[in-house]
Ligand binder design. Structure first.
Ligand code: NDP
Length: 484
């Protein structure tokens, strides 16, 4: 069986953990690898290697850094299908998604930030008799902590901007999905970064906490649940690290009466069932104008029932395996609570059994109607293929209900009315609002949450603000006027 440990100072090493854990294919129950967790001494070595390498990397100009980032993109691209298959095995997501959504997006990310590496700049401030300017400088060593739903994409969304800006990184993938991030570590090293610039440590939350509290790390970026984000922020407080938080959501998707019905149904399905619904930005609260409710639900249920749940490795499959049996239990518990609270299951609502389904964690895409805003299924992030549909009558009412949540990651609205589109986009409390589409995250677009869904932004030029710090330089151009 494959064994993996850490990637420290340019080398794959076992690490000091004494109790390896297995990473499992959630579609088959097969053990993919035994993973040795890092201990504090491993994290210290990774941070020390990163700090050394960062000095060399920072001294290289943007064009040289860009060349390396482009080589990383090339290597990811060359290994596209192999990496996609590994991601499918580790996450249970369907192969119909992974090459494009996971690998191509990682490639695109490194290419985009290769360009950014050459365009990092400060500003100059006009003041008489002096020259004042700002420089954007790297933090030094950054930590990245990833979730399990988009392992290589999350690792890339953190590594590429961090490296483009001249930082080093120590990354910890989710303990459930360490495999592709480990491949990425090797690829980054082979592309020619200074030895030790990108390190990977494996393990559970305790290893993440070693990073968020480490005095040698200046900034930490975490993708995970709100509860984890709060713990990471608290851990970072003692050394006053900068933090970027990409956390959970319970996003609204509002379908106005004038929406194109087919598009609205497509958007709602993409917003709930892509990657088994295990997507942070999912629009799991679908508000449909009462006048089109019946037509919307009829089409939605019909098309959802035609979705193929099955072997993630089969290109025909739309919905693969949930990340683990434990997570499936959690999602099914929400389904049971929704039923008990009086919501109506229009389709799905059960786990799948028999044949291949007995070996893994599978459920049918599930649609609830007759959901009230105060039900648990309407308030909590479920992180599975469970959609709740609500009725509404007017715009002010639906905007208020959409915003009545502690989360603020994303939102969507479907309408042909241009004024309404922009008015409602402005009124929604969310880091991203999609109009007449859902869940598209081009690398050029800043991404992140408001309220308890996050702090800071990934992607786009905005990421530079969060992977560099500003230094002001004031140059006196005249005599020094001293009063004594
Ligand atoms: P978790 O919050 O459980 O874990 C996220 C990462 O943090 C994992 O690597 C985890 O380690 C680590 N971790 C756990 N505890 C600590 C700690 N005390 N200190 C430091 N690190 C810690 O999230 P999941 O992996 O279950 O992912 C699902 C969640 O992620 C959902 O809430 C989802 O919305 C959110 N998410 C947000 C995205 C965004 O961009 N906004 C994108 C994708 C997901 P381990 O799990 O290995 O123990």
């Amino acid at each position: 069986m494959r064994e993996i440990g850490q990637f420290i100072d340019g080398t794959a090493v076992r690490g000091g953990g004494t109790t390896p854990f297995d990473t499992i294919d959630p579609a088959t129950g097969e053990t993919l690898a035994a993973v040795t967790p890092a201990i504090a001494a491993d994290v210290d070595r990774a941070v020390a290697a990163a700090a050394r390498a960062q000095q060399e990397w920072q001294a290289m100009d943007g064009a040289a850094r860009a060349e390396v980032l482009n080589r990383i993109a090339d290597a990811l691209s060359d290994r596209r299908m192999e990496l996609a298959e590994l991601e499918v095995a580790d996450t249970g997501k369907p192969i119909s998604e992974a090459p494009e959504a996971d690998i191509d997006s990682a490639v695109d990310c490194f290419r985009f930030f290769a360009g950014v590496a050459r365009s990092i700049r400060g500003e100059s401030i006009d003041l008489p008799g002096s020259l004042v300017y700002t420089r954007r400088e790297p933090w030094g060593v950054c930590a990245g902590i990833g979730a399990w739903n988009y392992p290589i994409q999350i690792a890339s969304w953190k590594a590429a901007p961090a490296l483009a800006c001249g930082n080093a990184m120590v990354f910890k993938p989710s303990e459930v999905t360490p495999l592709t991030a480990m491949e990425l570590a090797g690829i980054i090293h082979e592309a020619g970064v200074p030895k030790g610039l990108y390190n990977l440590v494996n393990g559970a939350g305790d290893v993440g906490a070693m990073l968020s509290t480490h005095p040698g790390i200046a900034k930490v970026s975490v993708t995970g649940s709100v509860a984890t984000g709060k713990r990471v922020m608290a851990g970072a407080a003692d050394t006053l690290k900068a933090v970027t938080m990409e956390l959970g959501g319970k996003s609204p998707l509002i379908v106005f009466a004038d929406a194109n019905l087919d598009d609205a149904v497509s958007a709602a399905m993409l917003a709930n069932f892509y990657t088994q619904g295990e997507i942070c930005t999912n629009g799991t609260r679908v508000f449909v104008h009462r006048s089109i409710r019946d037509a919307f639900l009829e089409q939605l249920v019909r098309r959802t029932e035609a979705m193929i749940v099955g072997d993630p490795k089969d290109p025909a499959t739309h919905v693969g395996a949930m990340i683990s049996a434990a997570h499936l239990d959690k999602v099914m518990d929400y389904v049971a609570k929704g039923k008990a609270a009086g919501a109506t299951v229009l389709t799905g609502g059960e786990r799948l059994t028999g044949g291949l389904f007995d070996r893994g964690a599978f459920m049918r895409p599930t649609i609830f109607a007759d959901v009230s805003d105060d039900m648990l299924i309407a308030r909590d992030e479920i992180f599975g293929p469970v959609m709740s549909v609500f009725d509404f009558d007017d715009e002010d009412e639906v905007v208020a209900r959409a915003n009545a949540t502690e989360f603020g990651l994303a939102a969507g609205l479907m309408t042909r009315d241009l004024s309404r589109a922009h008015r409602v986009a402005a009124a929604l409390q969310a880091g991203t609002v999609w109009v007449n589409t859902y869940n598209l995250t081009p690398i050029e677009m800043p991404f992140g949450g408001v309220k308890q869904s996050g702090l800071g932004r990934e992607n786009g030029h905005a990421a530079v603000d969060f992977y560099t710090r500003s230094k002001s330089v004031y140059v006196g151009l005249g005599p020094v006027e001293a009063p004594y």
